[in-house]
Ligand binder design. Structure first.
Ligand code: AMP
Length: 410
């Protein structure tokens, strides 16, 4: 009997996973530079955290949650996203004193129809900037996502930006869009008709009804003074740091707790075009929905699986500094000792698992893309090793005590 990974999930193995490791490094470095601390939360939560925090009439909650009862009969759900978890954790920890900036990375779970770039277990890297209502917080978060894609070599990224206003603006807008949709009821899909009463704004991003809503009134044309001022400041802030954006009046995003700014990064060259590599927005109402004190927040989530598909650096394996080869069986212990020393000095080093012919070891080194092969023979007793460059075949004798500096300087 053999097994396969469950439908909609992937095994990510070397060498493909080299990209994931690199992406993780880039993400960590970026978050540290921008001042976002690491947050780890459980992979499952009380179902209500997501039912409330994501919103009852969203597709995620209606159709896509992995919900189960544990042995004590509690209803738990594998996280479909992490913002609700982070906010729950922050409320549990006593709320956000002043501003609080944090970052996460990990698997998320949604029962989706699997296709390229859409999985049931997928990976997100995200940040939350809590406790600030300033448009500068929006700009910073949007910049961070943009730089992430830039550093991973994702080219031709379109940043789409919109504002869905404050709750009061949306209440007024809802009447306008409802009237528009009711006039066209017969032309709309079943899902959209159902949303006319519950959440009519969501019809704007319905793929099935794109034509019907092409000239529908949009929320960005119905902003109150405060939301408009905020949005203008976000756009000006992005302009000032040279990040181009386009206004997308129909961008509303599926999750209920967003207000004001919403955004998405779309890599235009990516073959499953139009699907976002990441996105986010402001969610000033979320803390109260989860039982906390009113606290503004803005965040984003980047979809790693899609970024990998769109990344020019995909498949690039990291280079090995040196391969340590032994001239015969009796030199294995010396070889192992040297490997250990070189690794401690920070170099990327590999060796065989037991003595093999020198020819076989060179072949192995070549396959692994080593820059140098260090051959351990009798000169080891005099503190020397023979080092051969695999790039040009040049060979020289190097003192062991200088070996790691010598390799680093090459
Ligand atoms: P969301 O949490 O829905 O705002 O999604 C943020 C990002 O996560 C999206 O832009 C995608 O890149 C990624 N994403 C969401 N759902 C999936 C999925 N089922 N499979 C792969 N990536 C996803």
């Amino acid at each position: 009997m053999t097994f396969r990974a469950p439908k909609g999930t992937n095994d990510i193995l070397p060498p493909e996973s080299d990209w994931w490791r690199e992406a993780h490094r880039v993400w960590d470095a970026l978050c540290e530079q921008f001042g976002y601390g690491l947050v780890l939360t459980p992979i499952f939560e009380d179902t209500e955290v997501f039912a409330r925090g994501v919103g009852g009439d969203t597709e995620v909650v209606e159709k896509q949650m992995y919900t189960f009862d544990d042995k004590a009969g509690r209803s738990l759900t594998l996280r479909p996203e992490q913002t609700a978890s982070v906010v729950r954790a922050q409320i549990q920890a006593g709320g956000v004193g002043s501003r609080f900036k944090c970052a996460y990375w990990g698997p998320m779970f949604r029962y989706e129809r699997p296709q390229k770039g859409r999985y049931r277990q997928f990976y997100q890297a995200g940040v939350e900037y809590l406790g600030s209502a300033s448009p500068e917080a929006d700009v910073e978060v949007i910049e961070l996502g943009y730089r992430f894609l830039e550093r991973l070599g994702v080219e031709n990224v379109e940043l789409r930006l919109n504002s869905i206003g404050d709750p009061a603006d949306r209440a007024a807008y809802r009447e306008v869009i409802r009237a528009f949709l009711n006039e066209r009821r017969d032309a709309l899909s079943e899902d959209s008709v159902r949303r006319i009463d519950a959440n009519p704004m969501r019809v704007l991003d319905s793929k099935a009804d794109a034509e019907v809503v092409a000239d529908a009134p949009t929320p960005v044309d119905h902003l109150g003074v405060e939301a408009q001022t905020h949005f203008d400041a976000v756009r000006a802030g992005l302009d000032a740091i040279g990040i181009p954006s386009v206004l997308d009046p129909r961008l509303v995003r599926g999750l209920d707790y967003y207000n004001r700014t919403v955004f998405e990064y779309v890599p235009l060259g990516y073959d499953a075009a139009q699907s976002a590599a990441g996105g986010g927005g402001r969610y000033d109402g979320l803390f109260e929905v989860l039982g906390g004190k009113p606290t503004p927040g803005v965040g984003l989530a980047m979809g790693l699986d899609r970024i990998e598909l769109a990344s020019a650096q995909r498949g690039r394996t990291s280079q090995l500094d040196a391969y340590v080869a032994s001239i015969d069986e009796s030199r294995r212990t010396d070889a192992r000792a040297l490997v250990s020393r070189l690794r401690s000095s920070g170099l990327k080093v590999e060796t065989a698992d037991q003595h093999r012919s020198v020819k076989a070891q060179f072949k192995d080194a070549d396959r692994l893309g080593a820059r140098f092969v260090v051959v351990i023979g009798d000169e080891f007793d005099d503190g020397m090793a023979t080092v051969r460059s695999l790039a040009d075949g040049e060979q020289r004798s190097v003192a062991l005590e200088n070996l790691s500096e010598w390799i680093t300087s090459q």
